[in-house]
Design a protein around this ligand. Structure first.
Ligand code: GTQ
Length: 345
């Protein structure tokens, strides 16, 4: 690799003249913005243990009433980006949100896409575009860009869920904003039941809904059953994985981030290839060892970790007799749309 000239090699009066015209020489900074072979990644392998964050989130429930927070969330921030940036990766935001019994997080809509993965507690719901979606452990609820959403809680124990948003990307693009609304009128549907069976979709009078987001809730019971059926049907299949899609088109459920669920067979070690998108792993059930570059994390249920792109990830089920289940979020739809997607094996 040839050495390029440094900024200090240039006379000071020339540098000053450039700066006065808002000009910068490329060559001193070229290698930093376009390094050889592998990009610079600020995303560091990072682990957030549920048992460590849970008491702090419950404490937020005592310290800050919902009216003062609107959304009571502790952000899972990657130190490689700087905690204040509120980023897990370049495009992924992660937050753990708490709703106490009887609380209500008022209706709003915003440009970033979001999903919720329910971690703990029963009795809460998110109304999305007028459909009241019940929330149980492992359910995935979509609140895509521009759709009204509000959260409520009729149960008697705290409810906690993981928020996954493409907020860092929307913010970077200078497109991130929200609009507040009033309580939504309820319409029929619970976000999912019309699309409860794979392979068949409702088509009254031979028309599909044609909506960009026909299915808003993906119940964990159905996803888990799909994984178990797949594992039984294909005993030789290494990666027992499903992707959350639009059931009418088979396209990714949302435009920017991709969402998947993975079953690790008893005792299985699964090597995921080094791909360009950064990724997030959230343990729904079981016990898993995650190896990311030279870092190892032991995941308990409710734990979340992230991996930078261009990095292989190995997941090992620590349970010899029972499967483990992992929710995965990644930047693959974005990379594919931009033509940047790579799988380096
Ligand atoms: O529940 O609408 O974690 O607007 C961050 C921003 C959750 C939400 C977050 C949000 C929400």
């Amino acid at each position: 690799m040839n050495d390029l000239g440094r900024l200090e090699d240039l006379p000071q009066d020339y540098r000053d003249a450039l700066a006065r015209q808002n000009l910068v020489p490329l060559w001193p900074g070229l290698r930093a913005v376009m390094p050889p072979q592998v990009p610079t990644r600020h995303t560091r392998p990072t682990h957030w243990a549920y048992q460590a964050l849970r008491p702090l989130l419950l404490q937020a429930g005592e310290l800050t009433p919902i009216e003062k927070a609107e959304r009571r969330v502790l952000v899972l921030a990657n130190p490689g980006h700087g905690l204040e940036k509120m980023q897990a990766s370049a495009a992924i935001y992660l937050g753990m949100q708490l709703l106490m019994p009887g609380e209500w997080a008022p209706s709003h809509r915003h440009t970033p896409n979001a999903v919720r993965m329910v971690v703990e507690g029963e009795g809460s719901w998110t109304t999305v575009d007028g459909e009241k979606c019940p929330m149980s452990r492992g359910d995935l609820i979509l609140t895509p860009t521009g759709l009204w959403h509000e959260h409520g809680h009729d149960g008697d124990q705290p409810v906690i869920w993981l928020d996954v948003l493409d907020l860092p990307l929307a913010y970077y693009l200078e497109t991130s904003y929200h609009i507040n609304g009033s309580r939504q009128a309820q319409r029929e549907g619970h976000g999912d039941r019309a699309y409860a069976r794979g392979g068949v979709v409702p088509s009254p009078l031979f028309e599909r809904s044609g909506k960009r987001y026909p299915m808003l809730r993906y119940p964990w019971a159905d996803t888990r059953a799909a994984l178990e059926t797949l594992a039984q049907d294909r005993p030789a299949l290494e990666a027992v994985q499903v992707t959350y899609v639009n059931p009418e088109t088979g396209e990714d459920a949302e435009n920017i981030l991709g969402f998947h669920a993975l079953m690790l067979r008893p005792g299985q070690t699964l090597r995921l290839p080094a791909r360009s998108p950064a990724s997030v792993y959230h343990l729904i059930e079981g016990a898993v060892e995650a190896s990311i570059a030279d870092t190892g994390f032991t995941l308990a249920p409710g734990d979340t970790c992230c991996a930078p792109g261009y990095t292989g990830v190995t997941l090992r089920n620590r349970q010899p007799d029972t499967p483990s289940f992992v929710f995965v979020a990644d930047e693959s739809p974005l990379h594919r749309k931009l033509g940047l997607y790579e799988d380096r094996g």
